[in-house]
Design a protein. Structure first.
Length: 135
């Protein structure tokens, strides 16, 4: 990290190491217009805004948001950083994500119950077969 006139800058390698991702991932986010590093010759120079955005991208991914959804939030923020629209959009996205996860949990529980039933039937039939062979 280099400091120039109160502005921290980072190389792609420094950010990759800090966030435990590959430089290729960072370049991909740049290709998706989620990051906008400056350049010195062929070298990318990332500022603190890029670092914060990278952190938000990775958090969004962990929470299950698509890159398109993250990009939409960035656009809302860039158009008006103090916008209630951004917060309302984030709340709406969070509600949708929670609903989707609840549905997945229900689906998983149903599947687990079905597996329990199949397993119990298999065990019963296996016991019956074993009892029949011992006669």
């Amino acid at each position: 990290m280099k400091k120039t006139k109160e502005t921290a800058t980072y190389s792609i390698g420094e950010l990759a190491k800090e966030f435990d991702i590959t430089p290729r991932s960072i370049r991909f986010y740049e290709e998706q217009a989620l990051l906008h590093p400056g350049r010195t010759g062929q070298n990318r120079i990332y500022n603190n805004k890029d670092r914060v955005r990278l952190k938000l991208i990775l958090r969004g991914k962990r929470l299950g948001f698509s890159l398109a959804e993250v990009k939409n939030l960035f656009k809302l923020y860039d158009s008006n950083p103090d916008s209630a629209v951004q917060l309302e959009t984030m709340l709406q996205m969070t509600e949708q994500k929670r609903a989707h996860l609840r549905q997945q949990l229900e689906d998983i529980q149903m599947l687990m119950n079905e597996l329990d039933e199949v397993e119990a039937r298999c065990r019963e039939e296996l016991e019956e077969l074993k009892r029949g062979q011992n006669k």
